[in-house]
Design a protein around this ligand. Structure first.
Ligand SMILES: Nc1ncnc2c1ncn2[C@@H]1O[C@H](COP(=O)(O)OP(=O)(O)OP(=O)(O)O)[C@@H](O)[C@H]1O
Ligand SMILES: [Mg+2]
Length: 360
């Protein structure tokens, strides 16, 4: 599969063996940006086989335009391009950060090829960035919780006083005002309750992730338009997790409700589960992790809030409170997991990783 210009067959075979066994992913694209060659490290990085990828265009292999753009730039300028911490999305929707070098080179027949060397930069840089963002979000969540607590305290008093006042009033027109106060206090109390959850310590038991997702699907389907299509793509071999079932239901419901809202309850929401081995979450390495993708075919996350949707009170919907994702994220983190998303018009994917056992 791997060709070299070495003189003897032995040297050629050795060169092929070396490329195959490199830990760096090697990909070779032709001038039409079609993949000609990929080594084993490339297959691993992109979670796709050489058979599937060979001959595909770069935009069929990658789910975002970061690498296609860099490739086109290298081809147009004929210059070596180096990118650090480039965020790529594989066709299986896995988002990763890579360092890569793109080297334009002739193919011996007057046409240009581009050689791409790529290695995962998942390490320290991304971990530090994620940890910093998480720290900020935690501070903000604590602030929001404390604020909600302070607002909630006097609400009981205001409600009681309005009810007493209502008893004293004779005119039905005046009673309207006190009822309005009570209704608004109730609305505010519900909002504060959402801001305060989760409060209790999680109760960890053996939980089947598909049972959790099925519960979420039934809640989503209840009372919604039958035009909403739900697709299940489950890996039935997944083991149970040690988790708080109710917290997981709440987290996945928040994500799934957003997906259903994004398609106005008339498009498609898919639930996909997969096992992932040797996965790093934060600073820990896990032997086995369950990945859950919730995918919708809506218009995508609005660009102006794309960076901030996990912060509390950030919403792109006129009637949204902006709490759903910040709650989901803190519940998933409480289970040692992580949540990220990628979004483009027609395909938004929220991916949750949950470790099956303790990491190292
Ligand atoms: N699947 C999705 N597709 C498009 N946009 C999304 C999706 N999921 C989230 N968003 C955007 O992220 C915002 C924040 O979501 P979040 O769940 O935190 O709050 P919300 O849905 O606005 O309010 P609520 O507190 O009622 O959940 C949403 O308002 C929406 O603009
Ligand atoms: Mg929401």
């Amino acid at each position: 599969m791997v060709r070299s210009h070495a003189r003897s067959p032995t040297k050629s075979a050795t060169a092929g063996w070396i490329v195959e066994n490199l830990s760096t992913a090697i990909l070779l694209f032709d001038s039409k940006l079609r993949l000609q060659l990929v080594n084993s490290a490339g297959e691993n990085l992109l979670s796709a086989s050489v058979k599937k990828m060979t001959g595909q265009r770069v935009d069929q292999i990658f789910g975002n335009d970061a690498l296609p753009k860099a490739l086109q730039h290298a081809l147009d300028t004929g210059q070596v391009v180096t990118e650090w911490d480039l965020e790529i999305v594989s066709a299986s929707h896995l988002t990763q950060c890579v360092d890569c070098t793109l080297t334009p080179c002739g193919n011996g027949q007057g046409d240009a090829n581009v050689l791409v060397e790529m290695s995962n930069s998942d390490g320290l840089r991304r971990i530090l960035r994620d940890e910093a963002a998480l720290g900020q979000q935690n501070v903000l969540r604590t602030l929001v919780k404390e604020m909600a607590h302070e607002i909630k305290n006097p609400l009981g008093g205001i409600r009681g006083a309005a009810q007493l006042l209502e008893c004293e009033l004779a005119s039905p027109a005046h009673k309207e005002y006190t009822r309005l106060i009570v209704d608004e206090v109730d609305r505010l109390r519900k909002l504060m309750d959402r801001m305060l959850v989760p409060n209790a310590a999680p109760r960890m038991t053996g939980v089947n992730i598909h049972e959790v997702l099925e519960h979420v699907c039934s809640l989503l389907e209840a009372g919604t338009d039958p035009a909403l299509t739900i697709i299940r793509d489950y890996d039935p071999s997944l083991p149970d997790l040690l988790a708080d079932r109710d917290y997981l239901i709440q987290a996945f419901l928040n994500i799934a409700q957003n997906a259903a809202q994004a398609v106005s309850y008339q498009g498609t929401v898919s639930f996909r589960t997969r096992a992932q081995r040797q996965c790093t979450i934060g600073l820990k390495r896990y032997r086995l992790v369950i990945r859950i993708d919730i995918i919708d075919d809506g218009p995508g996350v609005p660009a102006e809030i794309a960076e901030d949707i996990f912060y509390p009170m950030i919403s792109g919907r006129s009637n949204g409170t902006g709490l759903g994702l910040s709650i989901a994220r803190s519940l998933i983190h409480g289970h040692g997991g992580q949540i990220i998303y990628s979004s483009k018009p027609g395909e938004t994917v929220f991916s949750v990783w949950l470790p099956v056992e303790n990491g190292t």
